[in-house]
Structure formats: structure tokens, C-alpha cells
Design a protein around this ligand. Structure first.
Ligand code: PHB
Length: 397
């Protein structure tokens, strides 16, 4: 037997021994170019169901553009419907992490559910990409080296809203929202920007998520007679709020403003009741750039529906993941420092405009001022340039 052949034989015998003892299995699998295990934890039922679908579409489109692979490897997909149910957040995240052994978890939409994911992400170290949920803690006090957000923090859009409202002469406003982290943190941004600009918030109104019984609160708004109303709602609930606001006779009397989610993915359902609503958001359908136009054409071709901010965030999550995977040849667990460095230094060439990652792993991005006209969010200005979340309390390590 030649010396080389003997070496090969004894090496493989050693490998078999190690593999049967369970020691080398993961390394062997990866060395052989195993599939990358990608898990979606998103709402596929309830008021945010449409948001989950748009996000998944966006991710799949970005990856299809990379030839359907990550860092040269095939992908195996896993899915969990989180139902936007915070009480099941940890359990659902563990279905992907413990049971399915995903290499990357993509999730989710709802800030309360995100807190469950954050705990599992911090405990397990699994790469976690947030395609929507804006809960501050994920990129502030509870930030983590393995968690990256491709969307926004809840106060980012509304930090650009108050000034725009005062500039229109609206000095007294009512705020209304679902009472949970996303609404409460959107309020923080609104309060800060509106009061700094000289506005007064006459009343803060709320109802529990995902309640849509708005009638009593709309009656209260009518009697308070503010100059304007600002709000945070999203998904199915947003469409109903817009319709109910108009049906209550408020649309032409008290202008409605919002964190831009109010008018995302709901313009068909809301109809003419949405016309004239002004919002602030990190994306707009009407952005007149070749990048956005191409994205919209390709998305419609692939999914036969119009993309919204959620589709863009999903798409950007896919672009981010592709950049990270490329740096480590698809092995998302072998060389974490190289993976994190690639994700931290990424510039995402997004349909929303180019954005970069803050130190706390949240997008630094422009915020647009938009007005609904004929079922479209038309850009009417830039409300903030390269806006970064404070990242307060974030210590990586
Ligand atoms: C959130 O819960 O963080 C959330 C949900 C829907 C949105 C935006 C934020 O459109």
C-alpha cells in the first residue's frame, strides 16, 4: 500500500470514530457544504398576517437574485407562525433554534414577540435578523453581537413626524395607538419631536393590541377638537382605523398623521378614506430611483402583488444575509467574528436608499415625508437624513 493511501485510510478511520462518537458530525456536515438552515418566525395569521407574507416574499426574492444560494450553499427553509402572540415567543423561537437547528433565525414583526426571540438569540448565540419589529431593547439595552436589525426602531419614524406637523401649523395634537411596545415607543419619538418643535399633546389615547373597536376613542377625538391627530397602527387594524376615522366624519376636519406603517400595504383596503394622510417612513412606493423602480417591477413579476415597506425590509434582510454568508462561504456558525464583521460593515443597496448598520446593529437611514394620493404614498420631502437610533445602553460583548 502506498504511504499516501495508508494515510487517507487511517484518517478516514479516525473520522468515522469521531463521527460515531458524535464529536465531529457538525464539522463534517459543514465541511461537505451542508445546506444553510434558514428559519422564518413570522405572523402568518392575525392582524399582521399580510406583513409576514410580504417579509418572506422579500427575503426569498433577494436570495433568488443570488441564484437561490447563500455563500454558494443550498438552503433548507423552516417556518413557524408566531401569531403575533408574545406569550408564545420563546417557545416558538425554540422550535426553530432547538428543534430545527437553524443557522439563522429571521423574525419577527411584533415587538412583544421579538422580546422572546431576543432571549433565545442571546442564550443560544444563533444569528438573528430582525426584518421588522422595532422594539428599542433589541438594539439598546439588550443588544447582542449575533442580532442585527434590517428595519427600524419604533421611535425612528416618529422622531421625524412632530416637526413636520408643527411646520404645517398644527400646534395641538391627540396621539392614539395600540398600547404595547411598538405604540408606546412610537409615542416616545413623537412626543420628543413634537414638543421640541413647540407642539402640545392634548391627550394620549390607546387600546389594547389587536383591538379595533375605535368608536369611543373617535368620539373623544371629535370632542377634543385638536388641530391634528397622530398615531401608530399597522396591518389590518390600520386599514380599519383609516376607514373608521373617515366614517366618523373626522377626515376633512382634523388631519390624520402617523408613523408610516399606517398606510403600508393597506391602501387598497382603505380606499379613498386614506387620501391626504401624511406620514413619516424609511420607504415610499413612489421613490423615483432606478433601484426602487426595478425592485417594484421584479416584485410584481414574482408575486403578482405590489410591494410595501415590509417587502422592502424582507428584501434587505435577504441582502444582508447574503453579504454575511458570502464572507464565510455559507458557514454561518464556523467563523462568527468574520460573519459579524461583514454584517456590521455592510452597506445595503436598498430600494429605500442606501443604508448602513449602526454600532448597535440598527439601520442608519433617511426618513421620508409622504402623503397618500390615489392609493400611493407620494414622497413630499425628506423628514430626516441618515437618522440613527440612539442605541442607548447597548454594550456588545
Ligand atoms: C412592532 O410591533 O414592532 C411593529 C409591528 C408592526 C409595524 C411596525 C412595528 O408595522
Amino acid at each position: 500500500m502506498s504511504p499516501t493511501r495508508r494515510l487517507v485510510l487511517s484518517r478516514s478511520a479516525a473520522l468515522v470514530g469521531a463521527a460515531s462518537s458524535g464529536l465531529l458530525l457538525p464539522q463534517l456536515a459543514r465541511a461537505q457544504g451542508a445546506k444553510v438552515r434558514v428559519g422564518f418566525m413570522l405572523p402568518y395569521t392575525g392582524t399582521f398576517a399580510q406583513l409576514g407574507v410580504a417579509i418572506e416574499n422579500g427575503v426569498r426574492m433577494a436570495i433568488a437574485e443570488q441564484g437561490g444560494k447563500l455563500g454558494g450553499r443550498e438552503i433548507e427553509w423552516f417556518k413557524v407562525d408566531d401569531e403575533s402572540e408574545p406569550a408564545k415567543g420563546i417557545e416558538n423561537a425554540n422550535k426553530l433554534v432547538q428543534r430545527d437547528k437553524v443557522d439563522v433565525l429571521i423574525g419577527t414583526v411584533h415587538s412583544g414577540v421579538q422580546m422572546g426571540i431576543q432571549k433565545v438569540a442571546r442564550d443560544s448565540g444563533v444569528l438573528t435578523l430582525i426584518p421588522n419589529a422595532g422594539v428599542h431593547a433589541a438594539t439598546r439595552a439588550l443588544c447582542a453581537p449575533n442580532v442585527f436589525r434590517a428595519s427600524f426602531t419604533n421611535s425612528q419614524p416618529t422622531l421625524a413626524l412632530g416637526q413636520a406637523m408643527v411646520a404645517k401649523g398644527h400646534k395641538r395634537a391627540v396621539w392614539i395607538t395600540w398600547k404595547y411596545a411598538a405604540g408606546d415607543e412610537a409615542y416616545e419619538g413623537f412626543k420628543d419631536s413634537y414638543t421640541k418643535a413647540g407642539g402640545t399633546i392634548v391627550k394620549e389615547l390607546g387600546l389594547p393590541f389587536p383591538n379595533v373597536e375605535f368608536q369611543a376613542l373617535l368620539t373623544e377625538i371629535a370632542s377634543l377638537k385638536p388641530d391634528a391627530v397622530a398615531c401608530f397602527f399597522a396591518g389590518g387594524g390600520a386599514a380599519k382605523f383609516i376607514r373608521d376615522y373617515a366614517a366618523a366624519g373626522l377626515k376633512d376636519k382634523i388631519p390624520l398623521y402617523g408613523s408610516g406603517f399606517l398606510t403600508e400595504g393597506v391602501l387598497d383596503a382603505a380606499g379613498p378614506a386614506a387620501d391626504g394622510i401624511i406620514t413619516t417612513m424609511h420607504y415610499s412606493d413612489s421613490l423615483d430611483t432606478p433601484r426602487n423602480k426595478q425592485f417594484r417591477l421584479d416584485y410584481v413579476k414574482m408575486f403578482r402583488s405590489q410591494p410595501d415597506v415590509y417587502a422592502v425590509q424582507g428584501y434587505d434582510t435577504g441582502l444582508l444575509l447574503a453579504q454575511g454568508a458570502k464572507a464565510v462561504n455559507g458557514d454561518l456558525t464556523g467563523n462568527k467574528p468574520a460573519l459579524y464583521k461583514a454584517l456590521e460593515s455592510a452597506t445595503i443597496d436598498s430600494p429605500r436608499g442606501k443604508w448602513t448598520m449602526s454600532k448597535a446593529h440598527n439601520p442608519v437611514q433617511d426618513i421620508y415625508l409622504r402623503r397618500v394620493e390615489n392609493k400611493e404614498n407620494k414622497v413630499i420631502g425628506i423628514a430626516a437624513k441618515a437618522l440613527s437610533d440612539s442605541g442607548a445602553g447597548c454594550k456588545m460583548g
